[in-house]
Design a protein around this ligand. Sequence first.
Ligand SMILES: [Zn+2]
Length: 318
Amino acid sequence: MKIIKNLVSTSKYNIKCPYSMNAEFIVVHNTANDASAKNEIAYMIGNNNQVSFHYAIDDKEIVQGIPENRNTWNAGDGGSGKGNRKGLSIEICYSKSGGNKFIEAEKLAAKFIAFKLKEKGWDISKVMKHQDFSKKYCPHRTLDMGWQRFLNMVQSELNLLNKPSTGSSTEKILYRVQTGAFSKKSNADALLAKVKAAGFDTYMVQSKDGLYKVQVGAYSVKSNADAMAKKLKAKGFNVYITTESGSPVTSSPAPKKTLKVGSKVKVKPGAKTYTGGNLSSFVYNTVYDVIQISGNRVVIGKVKAVTAAIHKDNLLVQ
Ligand SMILES: [Zn+2]
């Protein structure tokens, strides 16, 4: 928290803060003025009145005028009054006219007070108001708007400070090897089937933005992810590495298209003919028509020109 210090000169300690102090609670005030925090502190440390406070807070800044280990003449409860001798005093600025500057000043004050409570290991019961120590109706505008409301503001800020951090910085970074990201799950399913067919262990996750991502491993060491990416690239897949996590999604393979005469098919890479013969390499990159099917034996070709007979398990319906 940024705190601007404009501390009173030690030569004025006898006027402004004559006693050493170990603060036991916080005392909240409103300035009943329309000056900035800087100006309130400059005025307070510059005059010779026995009036003092530790902090002034406006809509933008927290300015300190008296060290926390000195007392302040803030509470109007006398030379040995608890408010004056044990209270950490805070003035909220712009309370005379109110409006947005005051609203913002109160918000910043709530943040700062929560920060102080946390720092000192105090709870909300340590937040007092000037009125608790003398008859003065102060902090006037905060009281008008509701004291409990202000305490609630401080409490919410304190809750935020006490929230255990989600620990994203301590979370282990994993390098995830990814072959594709799709908004349509069926597209991800199709790619996943291809990656699987190429012999990789693969799975699908859904990212926070809803994309279906096909991934092939998550590695704590980046070079291992790079090695897997290289293997995938060699098989013709697009690959990139991401550290973003996602939730697992079950891939439901696209419904199998039925193989029938007239179907468009491709021969699985490396497959042989029905009788075990070799095929020319261009065959694997060509889409053929199914000309005839008898049991597992499927005759494929271009229109009516027969190219080969292939086992049906070695055909990919397009
Ligand atoms: Zn006051």
